[in-house]
Write a protein that binds this ligand. Structure first.
Ligand SMILES: NC(=O)c1ccc[n+]([C@@H]2O[C@H](COP(=O)([O-])OP(=O)(O)OC[C@H]3O[C@@H](n4cnc5c(N)ncnc54)[C@H](O)[C@@H]3O)[C@@H](O)[C@H]2O)c1
Length: 439
């Protein structure tokens, strides 16, 4: 049964993309958009740009591109702005990150050089391995939030933007417990901002500023940031969609592909050891145990949720799971990740799977950033607000409503995403149920 489509506002005018943190992921994302706009490259890895969606029965042969099916902002209408603790413009940041070849960057130099980071809200207590000069100073965290809101409004006016989205691409902050009383309500959070309470990390100040301005917010890192009740309440009141946390790129993406396969075949797991070498600035930040803990929590939770040991104790109750990240400068952004997976099958006979993934971190993250900003903008124009679970597909630690556990299985996540798009357009949801057996 089809339903009436949801009323979606057309994406008229320009969409501003606000990015705290203009390092490897951000510069690769922006350079990519500029290259694609100029026909230099294809948007490989982007579901919104290259993905299709099946509609109706298979016999109907209706599979439009997603970008033709739902009204997304066009790449030509994106305008980028952001903050960083370093003064490098986006071109210089891309050159330093060393992800893309100078030959490619040369072709998009002018628009990249035009993006100069605004002064950041930063405090080294939350990212121990970083220190830079381009930082705001103010009497309180409340004042810093107001300064960010001014930056946002100025950017909007100067560029004549009709809408905005913010996506955190800053460094991973130290691990923070989610149960601090300051996080409970908007009032307690704002009081803590005025008192410059240590429970408020810089990333939270950005998220607060965005939500106060009614702007959708996504978190590409594992920091707590907007995953607290106060932010959820604010997002609901202001009509902002929220998504996060932590882009699902290399090893964890692979985990959410392989683990559902093991469970589907009821193969047992004795252990899963993941380690990788990484030499970019992200790797350096994650070399600090407190930032690593935030990342570790994000990476570890995936298997338990997929394998459901409480339902399959014989198969998954006692598996050993270890995740390591090793900072190894010679590799730069070209990470190498190894997975050793000890499994067991029929009659308990052991087997092993080895994965050696020579990936490029920011090459995997950039299309995710693009999809997330476009889909958050779509969500807001469709009247959706609060946590957008249908975007779990993109994240290692998907945000969920407080009473729900996160869904990590990549294929369930993709089905949820596409069914949400079908729902928006009043198309039948695809359940894969074969009613023809009854004809
Ligand atoms: N690349 C991936 O595959 C991937 C996957 C998942 C998550 N992430 C996360 O995305 C984030 C960005 O990754 P990256 O590889 O671009 O790292 P990066 O170190 O190259 O860039 C991060 C930038 O953020 C800036 N920064 C830090 N704190 C800031 C603040 N408070 N305000 C403004 N700027 C700030 C840093 O100066 C740096 O330029 C990291 O947290 C990383 O863990 C990356």
């Amino acid at each position: 049964m089809t339903k009436a489509p949801v009323a979606i506002k057309e994406p008229q005018g320009k969409l501003g993309i606000l990015i705290p943190g203009m390092g490897a992921v951000t510069s690769t994302f922006i350079a990519g958009v500029e290259a694609i706009k100029r026909g230099i490259s294809q948007p490989i890895g982007s579901l919104t740009q290259m993905g299709t969606i099946r509609l109706g029965k298979r016999t109907e042969k209706r599979t439009p591109l997603i970008k033709d099916f739902v009204p997304l902002a066009k790449l030509e209408d994106l305008v980028f702005g952001g903050w960083d603790i370093y003064e490098d413009d986006c071109y210089a940041a891309a050159m330093k990150a060393g992800v893309l070849e100078p030959r490619l960057l040369e072709q998009v130099k002018a628009p990249m050089q035009a993006i100069k980071p605004w002064k950041a809200v930063f405090d080294q207590s939350y990212v121990k391995r970083l220190n830079g000069p381009n930082v705001k100073s103010a009497k309180s965290k409340w004042d810093l939030a107001q300064m960010l809101r001014d930056d946002i409004q100025t950017f909007k006016q100067k560029n004549n933007l009709s809408r905005l989205v913010m996506i955190w691409c800053g460094s991973t902050e130290i691990f923070m417990e989610s149960n601090h009383p300051a996080y409970n309500t908007i009032e307690s959070f704002e009081k803590a901002l005025r008192e410059s309470n240590a429970a408020i990390a810089p990333s939270m100040i950005y998220a607060y500023a965005a939500l106060r301005e009614g702007i959708p917010f996504a978190n590409g890192a594992p920091n707590l940031t907007a995953d607290i009740p106060a932010m959820l309440e604010l997002a609901k009141i202001k009509g902002s969609p929220l998504a996060g946390k932590d882009y699902k790129t290399g090893q964890t993406w692979m985990k959410t592909v392989v683990a559902p396969g093991l469970k589907a075949r009821l193969l047992g797991l004795a252990g899963w050891y993941s380690t990788n070498i990484l030499g970019n600035r992200d790797g350096e930040v994650l070399d600090d145990p407190e930032s690593f803990r935030t990342k570790e929590e994000s990476k570890l939770s995936v298997l338990d949720y997929i394998l459901q040991p409480e339902l399959y104790p014989e198969l998954y109750k006692d598996y050993f799971h270890k995740v390591r990240i090793n900072y190894y400068p010679p590799r730069g952004d070209n990470k190498e990740g190894w997975d050793n997976i000890d499994i067991f099958g029929w009659l308990g006979y052991p087997m092993q799977i080895k994965i050696d993934f020579l990936c490029r971190d920011s090459i995997l993250a950039a299309p995710i950033a693009l999809d997330v900003v476009l889909l958050l903008d779509l969500a807001q124009r469709s009247g959706m607000k609060g946590i957008q679970e249908w975007l779990s597909f993109y994240f290692k630690s998907p945000m969920t409503a407080p009473e729900l556990y996160p869904e990590h299985d990549l294929f369930i996540q993709l089905m949820k995403l596409k069914n949400t798009l079908r729902h928006l357009r009043g198309e039948e949801l695809i359940t894969h149920l074969g009613l023809e057996y009854y004809d």
